[in-house]
Design a binder for this molecule. Structure first.
Ligand SMILES: [Zn+2]
Ligand SMILES: [Zn+2]
Length: 246
């Protein structure tokens, strides 16, 4: 009997506590009014790895403006590709307060298309500060950024793809080698044009060759920005077959 009473007492205390919480929480209704796209990333996406080693650059937290893991409409499985984006000193002086953002928004624009089509999800893991030689010659600049930064970042971690940005007047808008995980991009000071260059060069990294001028494909060898996000069926198929390359 004594036991029963103490049980009832505990239950009563519990109920009182619950109602006290409810009474003191008018802000609960405010939570209800958050927009439906108010999405909190899962714990794995929130982990930020900071490295304190002497290293001239940023390690970026592994979060993205769009939390693609929550988008379940894609027919493809998510293929995470860690990307380093070395930024030359000219890029950093051209965008003194936003050089990270300027590079990241291009990577994200390209990856939004690639994610929808193939499930490829670029995650920008590091933006090394690249001090390049004083030349506009791409055949000097490209090997230089590969050798000084390339895929390595932080304390010896390896990314899968490097997309470097320069303001040097290299002759092509971008340069890449077929099936190699590197690209160098010239800043055209326009988001769509830069996105087109990145998608084109990354296309080469995924094994896509140039396309004919009449194709309307992003792989045509000139800087027409309107072809960003357009692949001819042949190049779409190549990219789809090679989507797990990195
Ligand atoms: Zn090309
Ligand atoms: Zn094509």
């Amino acid at each position: 009997m004594k036991k029963l009473w103490s049980c009832i007492l505990v239950v009563m205390m519990f109920m009182t506590t619950i109602s006290a919480i409810a009474d003191d929480s008018p802000e609960l209704s405010e939570w209800d009014s958050f927009p439906s796209d108010w999405i909190i990333p899962p714990p794995s996406e929130m982990s930020t790895n900071h490295y304190e080693e002497e290293w001239d650059g940023f390690i970026l937290p592994s979060i993205e403006p769009r939390y693609e893991t929550f988008i379940v409409y894609s027919l493809s499985a998510r293929i995470v590709v860690n990307v380093t984006t070395p930024l030359d000193q000219g890029w950093r002086s051209r965008y003194p307060t936003s050089f990270s953002y300027e590079a990241n928004q291009i990577i994200e624009a390209v990856d939004d298309y690639l994610y929808d089509e193939f499930g490829i999800d670029f995650v920008s893991v590091a933006q090394p500060h690249w001090t390049e030689p004083n030349t506009n010659y791409e055949d000097t600049l490209f090997p230089h950024v590969i050798n000084t930064h390339g895929l390595t970042y932080g304390s010896g971690q390896q990314a899968s793809l490097m997309i470097a940005f320069t303001v040097r007047s290299i002759n092509p808008n971008g340069i890449a080698w077929l099936n190699q995980p590197y690209a160098l991009i010239k800043d055209l000071q326009n988001l769509n044009r830069n996105s087109k260059t990145v998608q084109h060069e990354v296309g080469h990294a995924y094994g896509l060759g140039e396309c004919s001028l009449s194709s309307g494909c992003v792989m045509i060898p000139n800087g027409i920005a309107t072809f960003f996000g357009q692949l001819c069926s042949s190049h779409w198929n190549t990219w789809n077959s090679n989507k797990n390359r990195y």
